[in-house]
Each structure stands twice: as C-alpha cells, then as structure tokens.
Design a protein around this ligand. Structure first.
Ligand code: MG
Length: 381
C-alpha cells in the first residue's frame, strides 16, 4: 500500500475511486511522462480499485473490491488501453505491478507493429507478473488495432456472428439467495454454478426448481475422490449440465486423466493451466481449457493457446477475472473461436470506467470498433 499512498500523494489526490479523479490523475501523469519520454512507446499506469456490486465469497475469504491498475500505451498521438486485474489469491498487487511497469523501457521500441519482439521483451524482464504483462499486451493490441483501423477479431479473421453465449456465475450461497440470483440472471442462456461443497446436489436442485437453462459447473478443485466425482458427473448430466470445470485438485493428474476418459461430460482445466506450455500438458488429462488473459500474459499468448488447443482437438472456454470492460472486451475478441465464454467480470463491478463488448440475450456482441473496441474514456488519459 505504501507505493500507492506515495503515488496518490505525489499527484496531490486523496481519492481515486471516481472517474473525475482518474481523469485528473491521468492528466497529471501525461504531463509528467511526456516530459521524460522521447520517441517510442509511452506507457502510463494508474491504480484503480474495482468496487464489487456484491461481496465476493470463496472458501476462506470474502472481499468487496479487487485491486486493479489501468494502463495506456501511446505512440505518435494514438493511445491504446489495458489493465491488470489482480485478485489477491493470485499473488500480484498494485505494488508488484507498479514495480514491474517502472522496470520497463518501452521507449526503445519505435514500431508498435513489432508485437512479438515487444512482448517477448516484456515477458523477459521479470518472471511471473502475468496480469501486469497482460496490461501492456492489451494496451499494445488496442494501439495497433487503432493504427490499423480494425478490431482484433477481424485482424485474426474471426466471424463476429460466431460468438458464443456467455455464462453468468451463481456463487455458493443459501437457497434463498441462489433463487434470487437465478431470477436476476434470466437473460443468460447458460449459468455457471460454483460447486465443491457438501451442498452440491442441493445447489443444483435449488437452481433446477426455478430454471431449465443449461448449466455448467465450476468445482474449483473441490472433489478429491475420482469415483465420487464420476458419479456426480453422471448425476449432473441428468440435470442438464454441459461441462465440468476443474473438478479435482490440479495436482491429481492421473485421477483427472481417468475421470476425463470415463466422464460423459467434457472436463475443463482452469487452475491447472496458466500459459502456453500448459496446453500440451492438459492434452489427455482434460477435454478442454479455460483461457484467461490475466493468467496467460494477454492477447498474444491467449491466441497462441487457442490455436494450439484447436490443433489438439481440445475445447476452449474464454474466461476472465473481475475486470473492467477493457480486459473483458480484449478477451471477447477471441470468443468467436471458443466453444464457451465466461465474460461477466465487468458486470460484477459498480465503477467500470469503460464501455465495450455487450451481452445481448446472453450472447457476446462484438463491436465494430478498432483495437479492443472500448470507448467512453478518452478524457481519462
Ligand atoms: Mg474456474
């Protein structure tokens, strides 16, 4: 927190929660950065706590906000935007991201189209820091897309009509709250149910008492016995579940391979998979993978993972953390080639400073705008 407090102090602000404060902050940073930078890419960044609409509860903790850092990358008057969303359990923070960004020398690059060289450099500066790396990667893709005047789904050759339905997550809660959340989720064509507790069957029965939409379940490594897991999957199939995400601990590789071989539903790797080399390791152990930009350092590697997974005949889900419309819109560029999307992160926060990808009748709607397709924030930077 010290870095952030110092950061706020140096800019003369006492609060950064509102958009007005953010605008002032970026104006101050722009002035300062422009003075010290020559030609080449100019990176700017600012901490921005994401305020959650509902308290987020997982096994051992609950929280009301998610630390985030917004970034921009400028080249010859054109600006791209990115962000690093850092849920505490993943080990990154505003402090680590600030340290990472401060260690970069992007002004050495005079051609933003050299995406591969630039991002290979960014990845080589320090290990880890995947969300911080994603914040640079997303801003660079947005910048290049804007210079080209094209959205990334078009640059990659994807048909925007092919976007999948996005799931809406129903967390573990009391039957009353679960029923209320299901009622709020009526526009969605698929619901993602968090399982992995003793109340799993009760959760599913509660949801089935109020809706017939297809379900997917995310067990978050919660089942430890493979036979019990298989029995549960057979039962879930009868209840209209279409796939099972991370049913067993990420270390239970042999059990997981057995489960996938016998399972009547596809199994998806989430916690057990992070970056490109993990895709090969997941082949034969899971039916598919959940790609998240904050785990895999951004759009470049996510696209590589998607391509590799498809070549291995694996299914792909594009997911997200609690994020603004910036990172969600970046992830959505890949969605036309994914079987499933779990892109509700921006809907969970109350202070999204961006407008981008929309969800209409449960389906991801890509916008024909250059880069990652976000707007409404030009005055911030
Ligand atoms: Mg998951």
């Amino acid at each position: 927190m010290n870095t952030r407090r110092n950061f706020i102090r140096t800019t003369g602000l006492t609060a950064i929660a509102g958009v007005t404060a953010i605008e002032t902050l970026f104006a101050a940073m722009k002035k300062k950065t422009a003075k010290t930078s020559g030609k080449g890419l100019i990176l700017r960044f600012v901490p921005y706590d994401l305020q959650l609409k509902h308290t987020f509860t997982i096994a051992n903790s609950s929280r009301t906000s998610t630390p985030d850092v917004l970034t921009s990358l400028e080249f010859e008057g054109v600006t791209g935007y990115g962000e690093a969303s850092m849920p505490p359990y993943l080990g990154e923070s505003v402090e680590t991201a600030t340290k990472f960004f401060s260690s970069l020398n992007l002004s050495q690059f005079n051609d933003p189209f050299q995406i591969d060289d630039i991002l290979t450099y960014v990845d080589s500066v320090m290990p880890g820091n995947c969300a911080a790396k994603a914040a640079v990667d997303i801003a660079l893709h947005d910048l290049v897309g804007k210079i080209m005047g094209q959205p990334w789904y078009k640059i990659w050759g994807f048909d925007p009509a092919d976007t999948p339905n996005t799931s809406f997550t129903i967390g573990i809660d009391t039957p009353e709250v679960v029923r209320q959340k299901v009622a709020e989720a009526t526009p969605y064509k698929i619901l993602k149910v968090k399982l992995g507790q003793k109340t799993d069957r009760e959760m599913i029965e509660t949801i089935r008492s109020s809706t017939n939409v297809p379900l997917c379940v995310d067990v978050n490594q919660g089942w430890t016995d493979k036979q019990m897991a298989l029995d549960m999957i057979y039962w879930l199939k009868e209840k209209g579940v279409v796939f099972v995400e991370q049913p067993m601990p990420k270390t239970a590789i042999d059990d997981m391979a057995w489960l996938t071989e016998h399972s009547p539903l596809p199994t998806i790797a989430d916690e057990s998979l992070q970056r490109l080399p993990d895709v090969m390791k997941a082949k034969g152990v899971y039916s598919g993978i959940n790609i998240k930009l904050m785990k895999c350092t951004g759009m470049r590697e996510a696209h590589q993972m998607l391509t590799l997974a498809k070549s291995l005949d694996m299914k792909v889900m594009i997911g997200c953390m609690t994020e603004t419309s910036c990172a969600v819109s970046a992830a959505a560029q890949l969605s036309p080639k994914c079987e499933w999307a779990d892109l509700d992160g921006n809907l969970l926060i109350s202070n999204d400073p961006y407008r981008g990808v929309q969800v209409l009748d449960g389906k991801v709607i890509l916008i024909d705008k250059p880069g990652i397709g976000i707007s409404g924030i030009k005055s911030i930077f």
